[in-house]
Design a protein around this ligand. Structure first.
Ligand code: G1P
Length: 291
């Protein structure tokens, strides 16, 4: 059986929800504490056994590629100033993975972005991780959990979480038969349905492990919601041709594409850092004192 070693990370979006921060820098480079959002995503993939990252990018996104490269001048000058620990922080990011960047030349949707990766993924199963969703589980990264399901069941699998009915219209929603152990045999998917049209309350927060058959499905997928080629619609076609599973992963999810979700993640990650935790607690007390 072919191992899952490639991951596609779509990063071609304009990031308009974070303007003006995203006017001149990619939204993926905005840090949570001091680590750019996309580095958390790449680290999840690497901790899950992925070696090759296929980044789907667009114009003005070069900073992401530079981040995962060495920065010789910086590292050399830090070494010379006896700051090798900082040089090491920089080098470690450069050593995380092999990175291939492919341009999505026009914004035709998430399904189209994934299809852009086909020449590099080829005929292998692969993971997809969306950059706006941080899923925290240091012991068992979400993508690792999905790869384990893929290897055991030999079927494509999407990670799902249960959301309130009022929130189904923010996500791709799956429908099908629960079979126990957090697994569902998926027979139906809808992109951002109205609550009354949702097949369930199980939402896909941006983690997938897919068979390469998804590519022919995406090629046949017509523009859907918002006039874009949706990954969820491609998966609906895949479910008609092959077995597709949904798995209720274990982990805490932060919607870092949303400003409050971003602040939530920032506080949670800062409180976990030994050198920052007590200072952050003091700041929170100070700000909450008058409330
Ligand atoms: C995308 C997908 C959607 C998925 C969501 C997760 O939507 O199209 O199916 O549930 O990501 O964050 P977006 O949030 O990019 O509009």
């Amino acid at each position: 059986m072919i191992q899952v070693r490639k991951a596609v990370i779509p990063a071609a979006g304009l990031g308009t929800r974070f303007l003006p921060a995203t006017k001149a820098i990619p939204k993926e480079m905005i840090p949570i504490v001091d680590v750019p959002m996309i580095q958390y995503i790449v680290e999840e993939a690497v901790a899950s056994g992925i070696t090759d990252i296929i980044l789907i990018t667009a114009r003005h996104k070069e900073a992401i590629e530079n981040h995962f490269d060495y920065n010789y001048e910086l590292e050399d000058s830090l070494d010379k100033k006896q700051k090798s620990d900082l040089a090491e922080i920089s080098r470690r990011v450069g050593n995380l993975c092999n990175l291939v960047a492919i341009r999505q030349k026009s914004p035709m949707g998430l399904g189209h972005a994934v299809l852009c990766a086909e020449p590099v993924v080829g005929n292998e199963p692969f993971a997809v991780l969306l950059g706006d969703d941080l899923i925290d589980n240091p012991a068992r990264p979400c993508t690792r959990q999905l790869i384990e399901v893929y290897e055991r069941e030999r079927a494509s699998v999407v990670g799902v979480m249960e959301v309130p009915a009022a929130d189904v219209s923010k996500y791709g929603i799956v429908g099908g038969k629960m079979t126990g152990h957090g697994l569902m045999e998926v027979d139906h998917l809808v992109e951002k349905p109205r609550p009354e049209a949702a097949p369930s309350r199980f939402a896909i927060p941006g983690r997938y492990v897919l068979s390469p058959a998804i590519f022919s499905c995406l090629r046949e997928t017509k523009p859907g919601k918002g006039g874009e080629i949706q990954l969820t619609d491609g998966l609906q076609l895949l479910a008609q041709r092959e077995r597709l599973l949904a798995f209720q992963y274990e982990g805490t999810r932060y919607d870092t594409g949303d400003r409050l979700g971003f602040i939530d993640a920032t506080l949670a990650f800062a409180l976990r850092r030994p050198e920052l935790a007590s200072g952050v607690r003091e700041l929170m007390k100070k700000h909450l004192g008058g409330l």
